[in-house]
Structures are given as C-alpha cells and as structure tokens.
Design a protein around this ligand. Sequence first.
Ligand code: AMP
Ligand code: GLY
Length: 422
Amino acid sequence: MNVLIIGSGGREHAICWTIANSPKLTKLFAAPGNAGIAELAICLPISVEDNQAILRAVHDHSIDFVIIGPEVPLVNGLADLLQSNGIAVFGPSKAAAQIEGSKGFMKDLCAKAGIPTARYARFTDIEKAKTYVEQYGAPIVIKADGLAAGKGVTVAMTKDEALDAIDTAMRDKAFGNAGASLVIEEFMEGEEASFFALADGETAIAFAHAQDHKRAYDGDKGPNTGGMGAYSPAPIITPALQDDIMQRIILPTAKQMVKDGTPFRGIFFAGLMLTKEGPKLIEYNARFGDPETQAMLPRLKSDLLDVLHKTALGRLNEVKLEWHDCAALCVVMAAKGYPGTYQKNTVIKGLDKAADLPNVVVFHAGTINNDGAVLANGGRVLGITGFDESLKKAQQNAYRAVDAIDWPEGFCRRDIGWRALQ
Ligand code: AMP
Ligand code: GLY
C-alpha cells in the first residue's frame, strides 16, 4: 500500500524507518518530513495543519493509509476528514483526541470511569480559581485546559507560585484561549513513566513503555522541554504493574470512550505517576511520544505497518506484538538555546560516521537538506538511539554515536537513563 506519514519530528522518522522494510509497503510519503525522512520517503511540502492540502495529496498520490504523528492535526480533525473520504487513518477522531486536547475533558472522563488520577476542579473564573488555591494551599498543580505546546502546566510548590500561574494563564492570557479554562489539581508524588497502548474502540492492548527526561540540562535541571531523551523499556514497570495499568487505567478509558460516543482508535500515551497507592494518570496524549518512540520502535519485531493498519481498520484483535529482548536509549541533540531561542541553518557533520557504528540509529527531527549538507532548523534536531542487551550498553552505544557527530552549535544531556542505571 501507499502510505503517508504526517509530521516532521524524530517520532515520524522513527515510524518511517520502522515501516520502510515492511512487505506491505509500496511507496512511502511524508508531509512535510525532514532530511532524514527524505532518505526513506518522498517528502511533500505541506503543513501538518493544512487539512485540505493533505486530502489533495492523498488523492494525487493514491495514498491508501495515513499515519498521523503530532497532536495538532488530530485535534484539528484531520482523521475525520480523511476517514469521511474513505481513507484508512491511524490516529483518533477530533472528538476522541480531546483526551489530549482538553485536560478538563480528560479529567471528567477519569471521574466517570473511576480511573485513578489527581483530585481536581475546573475553573473559568479567575477569582474562584484563586479562592480554591487559598483553601487548599500548596503544593498544587495549575494546568491550562487546552494545548499549550507543553508550557501550560505549573507544579506550584508555594501558594504564591500557584496564584501567579493563575494570573499568567487567565489575566495575561499567556497561552491564549488554551488558558481561558483551568484545571487545578492535587500534587502527586512518585516516579513518572510513559505507557503506550493501542486501541480500536473497546479492544486495547499494551504496546510498550518508556521513561523520558523533560528538563533541558543534566541532573534534571533547567527549563522543561519536549523531552531530551528516553529509554525503553521502563525497568520500573514490571509485568504485574503493566497488567494493573491496563486493568485500572487503559481498558476503563477505552470502554468509557465507546460509551460516551467518542471511541478511541490509535495509540493511548498515558503519562503515569507511580505513587505509593499505585499507578495514577497524570495526563493522556492521543499519539506516539517524542522522543519515547525513538526508543521503543527499534525494539519492535512485529511489522509496525501491519499493526497500525489493523488498528486503523478495527482489527486489533488480530494483532500480536513481538519485541526484541533488548533495551534502547535515545539521546536528543538540540540547538544551543533550546527551549528558548536558538540559531538556525548551522551545519551538522559526522552523521554517516555515527550511523555506521554498531547498534545505533540516527533519527532526524529539525533538519533540512541543503545541497547535500544537513542543516539544523529546529530546537530538537537529532535523536540518537543506541540499543543492546542491557540499558547500560545501549547508553554507551548512543553516546559513542553522539560523540561522532560534529555540530558545535548543538548540545545534549550526558546523563540520559541515570535513574534506571543508578
Ligand atoms: P502534563 O503536561 O500534564 O504532563 O504535565 C507536565 C509535567 O508536570 C508532568 O510530566 C509532571 O512532571 C508534572 N505534573 C503534572 N501534573 C502533576 C500532578 N498532579 N502532580 C505532580 N506533578 C504533576
Ligand atoms: N515526550 C513527551 C511527548 O511526546 O509529549
């Protein structure tokens, strides 16, 4: 079949790399893709937010199956548009994508289905929000309801911080409309993990798990980012805990969404807090994680294209996942200054040397090809994944490849995986 992947990040490169050798693949397209994806797919210069242009491309190139990577097109209803035109799509409908697009929707769903999560209240009135914080005190967590590019959450350790966060969102409108409505919730303590499960309505199966590093600098210091590295599996998630997560969180979610008339077809990405009382949901995303996917997919033995296609067609009951018995670890290389301002169009060298090392894959995120030279044109630019029989060896492989890359304007963390390896 002809396949189109929507997106341009390391996640989308990892998906392309994994399906490139599928016996089911005829031609692979990406919109818009990046310099790494261009080695595997025909890149179409179309914005992920231009639904109509994507639909035209689907017709022009006789695309049979579309895989949507990022959240924005999901929340914009791209899956609905393609499906109503008879195209198979991996990724949930606009209504189902609200589990990521609206924190309030997600929390109300948890309440209805009895899913363990932080206690919460929703506010559209600034004074009522502040009174709630005055009553409950700190630590407390303030969240903009809508998509805020990962910036809408404040974990406030003091009451003043919480009140400031309310002002930032509601009075100063720092997140635009996304902050017009707030979720204020209980602070949870524990270790975080990312859990992924495929669903096609009521049927849901565990996919894989990972842990990521959100802070920009070593020692989990500095500003929050989209993720500076990840490893999979997450050693803290035992088979028994995985079972518990499926029974208490994923399956009740899938069931409730069917009941509510918003069945979920795609991949649940559950951000979990593993608390003393058991796993609790922090948030849902309605898509693969980035960089988690760069650490999960090199471990997959099954044909990913077949798996995603069957999920899209509502035939998940036919899917049986097989994994290599190995660990993988992805180090993100970002432009110096990220997540703030950074330089663009700097030259990256040594990519082939890095990719030639054993047990390494080099995934591209913000890169472009300029007459044969690879240039950085984004914040997160590369995801270097190492894999091996142990996480320690996977980490060594990844950093050996990082060291082969010659890009003075880039940086990475040197401690990805520390928690699992300590
Ligand atoms: P979110 O965008 O909802 O994933 O939140 C971003 C980060 O804030 C999470 O990865 C957690 O580290 C933290 N966080 C969110 N909600 C809570 C909570 N209720 N308790 C403690 N930490 C939280
Ligand atoms: N790594 C977190 C995310 O994909 O949102």
